[in-house]
Design a protein. Structure first.
Length: 201
């Protein structure tokens, strides 16, 4: 933790990965096809997108293990045991990042070279926000607490507008709800409705 209490670097990435694992483990049987806050994607498709993105973060550094499908067309993959496939991707990228110096000024990422804290926060942002997508879709408690959201904001503040404009990764930023905490504010900035719930719930 830094002097301000913000979770940083590999600790941030580990925490985001753990939250994603916990949420995936909590998906009820039969809920893999449920709609999510991610456009038209189902729970299984969001999970697969998160897996493929984490593969890309690791492969950008190692040059090997690139995603086996297009992360933006996650319907094209992930048959069988979704949890095992995710666990391997998270373990692989965590090992790669754990081997990097925390003061590295340039770390290769799918978004170009970034300082280590921003690169780790970017990978954590991807895992943490998709964990929230799956949790919201399946009636689980939010995996995003204010500390995790504050750490992720290091990447969000620097990268979200570029990702929005260049790749359409995030919807337009929403107005932050009155009285929102850090996690709700982050979700709104990234174009998510912090109070999204499945239709009819």
């Amino acid at each position: 933790m830094s002097a301000t209490g913000t979770v940083e670097g590999i600790e941030l990435l580990t925490r985001a990965h753990d939250r994603l694992r916990d949420v995936v483990a909590g998906v009820p049987e039969g809920a893999w096809g449920a709609p999510t806050p991610c456009g038209e994607w189902t729970v299984r498709q969001v999970l697969n997108h998160a897996r493929l993105d984490q593969q890309a973060y690791g492969a950008a550094i190692t040059g090997a293990g690139w995603p086996d499908a297009d992360p933006f067309h996650p319907v094209d993959g992930l048959e069988g045991d979704a949890t095992a496939a995710l666990d391997k991707a998270l373990a692989d990228v965590a090992d790669v990042y754990a081997g990097l110096p925390a003061d590295a000024e340039e770390v290769a990422t799918p978004l170009g070279p970034l300082p280590f804290p921003v690169a780790a926060a970017a990978a954590a942002m991807d895992a943490g926000v998709h964990a929230w997508d799956i949790a919201a879709a399946t009636g689980q408690a939010s995996p995003l607490d204010d500390d995790l959201a504050e750490g992720i904001s290091l990447a969000a503040d620097r990268l979200a507008d570029h990702l929005r404009a260049s790749f359409g990764v995030f919807a337009a930023a929403r107005e932050v709800p009155e009285g929102a905490g850090r996690a709700e504010a982050l979700l709104a900035f990234l174009g998510r409705d912090p109070h999204w719930a499945p239709a009819g719930s």
